[in-house]
Design a protein around this ligand. Structure first.
Ligand code: NAP
Length: 135
């Protein structure tokens, strides 16, 4: 891509990768946090080369994931679910805009912002409660 001077790399992370803690999803969220960090750094590294790197951070999205994972997500509020077309549309739009992180779904963007600006202790407490309830 760098030799050609064009291309795009979308790293599929997760909203959980942007949270400071994710009890009951510790390993999963840690791998997603790795991707988020990797993508953000690569985005800066390739700036101006014609190659784009973006981190995609979907929240709960109805796919085969629910059957494959052992999380019981039936109690997750409807408001927090996104569809796959919604995720893909938002990702492509954000890629066009040159965004570094794409978070499909307004509720998910609000959650990600809250996790960033709230005091760390409060975020830990809230996230702990939510994950105990829904994960
Ligand atoms: N769904 C959500 O709520 C959600 C939220 C945040 C992030 N994500 C992320 O989105 C990504 C896609 O997940 P999804 O929701 O689309 O789940 P999915 O429907 O279960 O799809 C997972 C895909 O990964 C493929 N796969 C699994 N193990 C593989 C392996 N070892 N080598 C090559 N391919 C493999 C599967 O192929 P086969 O069908 O051939 O097994 C399948 O196509 C994942 O990285 C997930 O962490 C999902």
């Amino acid at each position: 891509m760098l030799d050609r001077g064009r291309g795009a790399l979308v790293l599929v992370s997760s909203l959980s990768g942007l949270l400071p803690v994710a009890p009951r999803a510790a390993t999963y969220a840690a791998t997603k946090a790795f991707l988020a960090s990797l993508g953000r750094s690569l985005h800066v590294e390739v700036a101006g080369t014609g190659v784009q790197v973006m981190v995609l951070c979907p929240g709960f999205t109805r796919t085969g994931f629910q059957e494959a994972s052992d999380w019981d997500q039936r109690r997750v509020p409807t408001l927090l679910w996104t569809s796959t077309p919604q995720v893909v549309d938002r990702a492509l739009r954000d890629l066009e805009r040159g965004r570094v992180v794409s978070i499909p779904g307004l509720p998910n963007r609000v959650l990600a912002t809250a996790a960033r600006v709230m005091p760390a202790g409060l975020t830990r407490a809230v996230t702990g409660r939510v994950m105990r309830r829904y994960a």
